[in-house]
Design a protein around this ligand. Structure first.
Ligand code: ATP
Length: 226
């Protein structure tokens, strides 16, 4: 049970269409670098700000579950997938509100996102409310550095006011923005879908249980997987 794990709880949302090894490295390195008790993967239901996923939510969830099954320190939350009715978009703010209710007002929650995603943060629904619900930890890597803080946007101002370090995460339940560097792995789900559509092998780009699932269901075989 996640509440028993000491240390802040990492929340890692993504489309995971499909989950690949750079996602797993981000979660693992976040756990180490930020002193997280656990990282909970949260597959998106209907992501609001991007193209519709190629795979149904149930398959994306199944791949994440298979990838993290039995891994200490990793868990999966199906709530966003289950809450997605029809094509109603899922929003991170709703997910964080749900997590906050579940874990109570005091447990430090840390939303994990890549620097690319953070650059578009101001377009997220009620983005300024997110700081009251969780810390934000931004994964950077060579070629995907943080380009926030020096400008005059609202996000620049929030970043300057909230920038912290890993040590800050355990002392408050929410409110800091903490950049952390991870191993650069130039892997994207888009490129994996393209390879599969071209009948090319994606072994070692995705964990073996995900490879097996994709193979058994013949996922991403058609060239609509942009
Ligand atoms: P797509 O190509 O379909 O956009 P993606 O893997 O980039 O897929 P998501 O599955 O939504 O997109 O990614 C979830 C999170 O993982 C995001 O915060 C994203 O920034 C991060 N991420 C994705 N790929 C990498 C990578 N190679 N290295 C570090 N972080 C990554």
């Amino acid at each position: 049970m996640s509440d028993a794990a000491p240390g802040p709880l990492g929340l890692f949302g993504g489309t995971f269409d499909p989950l690949h090894v750079a996602h797993l490295r981000l979660a693992l390195e976040a756990r180490e670098a930020l002193g997280l008790g656990e990282v909970c993967f949260i597959p998106a239901g209907n992501p609001a700000l991007r193209d519709a996923p190629v795979c149904p939510a149930a398959d994306r969830l199944a791949m994440v579950e298979r990838a993290v099954a039995g891994r200490a320190g990793f868990s999966v939350d199906a709530a966003e997938v289950l809450a997605a009715r029809d094509s109603a978009p899922s929003y991170t703010v709703d997910t964080l509100e749900r997590q906050r209710l579940r874990h109570g007002p005091l447990r430090p929650l840390v939303l994990l996102i890549g620097a690319d995603a953070f650059a578009r943060f101001e377009s997220w629904r009620r983005w300024q409310d997110l700081f009251a619900l969780a810390h934000i930890a931004v994964a950077t890597r060579p070629g995907h550095e943080l380009r926030v803080g020096a400008g005059s946007s609202a996000l620049d101002a929030e970043f300057r006011a909230r920038q912290g370090t890993a040590a800050d995460l355990a002392v408050a339940p929410a409110g800091c923005i903490v950049p952390f560097a991870i191993t650069a792995l130039e892997i994207s789900a888009t490129a994996i879908r393209r390879r599969l559509a071209a009948d090319l092998d994606v072994r070692y780009l995705v964990p073996d249980p995900v490879l097996d699932y994709i193979g058994s269901r013949q996922l991403y075989r058609t060239p609509h997987g942009h």
